[in-house]
Write a protein that binds this ligand. Structure first.
Ligand SMILES: [Mn+2]
Length: 406
């Protein structure tokens, strides 16, 4: 591919955003979490240098100046200087969190940085060796939905980029002549094409907790001499939250279960590119293994073992939890037992089969505590009702089947 242009597009770096959902990690893991957004941003700028891109596009929410303070400002100034030394430009459109009017002038002082502060669309041309290779139509965040007609390039001969934050009305995209829309403000990565234009939300650059599972990063874009656009997701995150399923078959021994986790942990570490992995292991067991794992404490032991084997350096794998998924069904013979457990499970099943019946948990709340908020917190829909009944069945298995399991 003969490239005429290459750039990296990122948004939502959120240098100010702390990592959430990790309460009991050791200090070397905590240090990685505190620095995650900065380390991820540094990886982004490292990549821009190693790929020798023409420029970096930042489409909003890089950092909230009030929250990140001097550390954020000096970090960005340093990074922009590094890029400037290699003649790599930065085009940054402000978002909701990073209203650029409030940032100090020193940020845009280097000649290689252009800030789009205004809500009016501004046109900037990017030159390489005196020749215009791209036109950038950029604007800062605007509360109203931006009209597509505002993006019109005067210099229409070069490859045209639209750089802004938030949603667009997309019906008339073809009329603008913009080939690449660099968008921001959506924390979920999305890439789509419309009328021969490519629209990209790179997503949150660094996950900040379990609600942002999987890899995160930026988008690497290459354009060839025919105007063909190749986009590639590049994982530049420093810490990654993963949910990993582990299937445990009937009759497996403790050693076999542990070996299963070990194999999966090794393959996750091998696939990672230097990220610290925070793993929430979701264990799916077959048949009677549900009872065995629920009662015998193996999963707690394995969690401790995984933490000592894989979690001792910052660039490694930290096990958040080893959780047994509530099974969809339990072995039929348990329901037929003439025991307390059998009675209990048959009673749970009656509730499961009577889908119209209400689970009235309010009557279990102490009358003095039963205010509106507490009562409304235990109102739930049909899905949650099913889940509660499955969890109740497993609780019965644990409490009524003896400590050795079944
Ligand atoms: Mn954001």
């Amino acid at each position: 591919m003969a490239e005429i242009l290459k750039f990296i597009h990122a948004s939502d770096l959120h240098l100010d955003r702390p990592f959430q959902g990790v309460a009991d990690a050791p200090s070397h893991i905590r240090a990685s979490l505190i620095d995650a957004a900065y380390n991820a941003a540094e990886k982004l700028f490292d990549r821009a240098l190693s790929e020798r891109v023409d420029f970096v596009l930042l489409s909003g929410d890089v950092a909230d100046i009030d929250r990140c303070g001097p550390r954020g400002i000096s970090f960005l100034v340093d990074q922009f200087q590094r890029l400037g030394e290699k003649n790599i430009h930065v085009y940054w459109a402000g978002g909701e969190a990073d209203q650029l009017e409030r940032w100090p002038a020193m940020l845009s002082a280097p000649g290689n940085v252009h800030l789009f502060t205004s809500t009016l669309v501004e046109e900037v041309v990017h030159r390489r060796g005196g020749r215009i290779v791209a036109t950038i139509l950029g604007a800062g965040f605007d509360r109203r939905q931006r009209r597509i007609a505002e993006f019109r390039a005067e210099e229409a001969t070069a490859f045209t980029i639209g750089l802004c934050y938030g949603s667009l009305e997309t019906e008339e995209i073809a009329k603008t002549g913009v080939k690449y829309w660099a968008l921001g403000g959506n924390h979920i990565r999305r890439t789509f094409t419309r009328d021969q234009s490519v629209l990209v939300f790179p997503g949150a650059h660094q996950s900040c907790g379990p609600h942002e599972e999987g890899d995160h990063g930026a988008t690497f874009v290459r354009v060839d001499e025919h105007g063909f656009i190749d986009t590639q997701a590049i994982p530049t995150d420093a810490v990654r939250w993963l949910e990993k399923r582990v299937r445990i078959g009937e009759g497996m021994s403790k050693e076999e279960v542990r070996a299963r986790f070990e194999d999966l942990a090794f393959s996750l570490v091998a696939d990672a590119e230097g990220q610290l992995l925070l793993v929430d292991w979701q264990v799916v067991a077959e048949g009677t293994m549900n009872g065995t794992l629920h009662c015998n404490g193996w999963l707690d032991e394995i969690r401790t073992w995984l933490r000592s084997e894989f979690g001792q350096s910052a660039h490694s794998l930290w096990t958040m939890s080893t959780r047994l998924q509530t099974p969809r069904s339990l072995p039929e013979e348990w329901f037929e037992e003439d025991t307390m457990l059998g009675d209990y499970l048959r009673s749970v099943r009656e509730h499961q089969q009577d889908v119209t019946g209400k689970l009235n948990l309010a009557k279990f709340i102490d009358r003095e505590l039963a205010d509106d908020a507490l009562v409304s917190a235990i109102q739930f829909d049909a899905d949650r009702r099913r889940e509660i009944l499955r969890e109740s069945a497993m609780m019965g298995v644990k409490l009524l089947s003896g400590t050795d399991g079944i």
